[in-house]
Design a protein around this ligand. Sequence first.
Ligand SMILES: Nc1ncnc2c1ncn2[C@@H]1O[C@H](COP(=O)(O)OP(=O)(O)OP(=O)(O)O)[C@@H](O)[C@H]1O
Ligand SMILES: [Mg+2]
Length: 264
Amino acid sequence: MIRIENIYKTFNPGTINEKHALNGADLTLEDGEFVTVIGGNGAGKSTMLNAIAGVWPVDQGRIYIDDVDVTGLCEFRRAGYIGRVFQDPMTGTAADMEIEENLALAARRGKGRGLGWGVSRKDRDFFRSKLAELDLGLEDRMTAKVGLLSGGQRQALTLLMATIVKPRILLLDEHTAALDPKTAAKVLEATERVISENRLTTFMVTHNMRDAIAHGNRLIMMHEGRIILNIAGQDKKRLTVEALLHKFEEMSGSEFASDKAILA
Ligand SMILES: Nc1ncnc2c1ncn2[C@@H]1O[C@H](COP(=O)(O)OP(=O)(O)OP(=O)(O)O)[C@@H](O)[C@H]1O
Ligand SMILES: [Mg+2]
């Protein structure tokens, strides 16, 4: 379970660059909920994910993960709770290391020191089966350097690394936005599978309204640092892109201003 209570974040306070990025965002998710997050550019989506991950302290409000108040915990101390995948395929994996070495590193998360660095036969079999599930042919290239992989393969691998030790929360920030449509669809398919198999509590930011409607059990829309729409269950299933655009205009009093929004 995750609870975000009335969080505020202002960047560069008191300067000409002052920006109220979060303005009292409030949200409660039950264990295993998969929420898609939409909103225009600068709405505060990434900032909310950063607040959950503890990249910097929030100015006001509280964040609870499994009823533990993590508001005062730094990013490093929260890392055991959280798996993240960003937009850029170059982040999240170590290019100079082999696929199986990357996975071995990820599998050590939260396990402490003293386990050694070797990849055992058992690990290797486990990694191979997990890679095979991605359906990208990576299971036959376990000793290939990650730098040789395509963007989509790297994103899928990053997703696997973020979830190989089950995180309390999975944060996906436009993780398919930099991929070509076909690869993006494949990575999204793998994402859906990983989330449902592990019943992961997930935030997925996307500019694609169709994806936001098609995936997850809850959809939230952000605007000026607040959550202005929160729809779940049957109401979410009935959503259409047109209805979402209409809602946005109604709630925000402005047109949906996102240069990246895919409406077609
Ligand atoms: N570290 C930072 N320093 C200064 N300003 C920031 C920082 N991070 C975010 N902002 C500002 O806060 C606002 C919200 O940004 P955020 O990245 O959360 O938007 P977003 O909804 O993710 O938008 P996009 O769809 O473009 O990714 C923006 O005006 C942004 O410029
Ligand atoms: Mg963003």
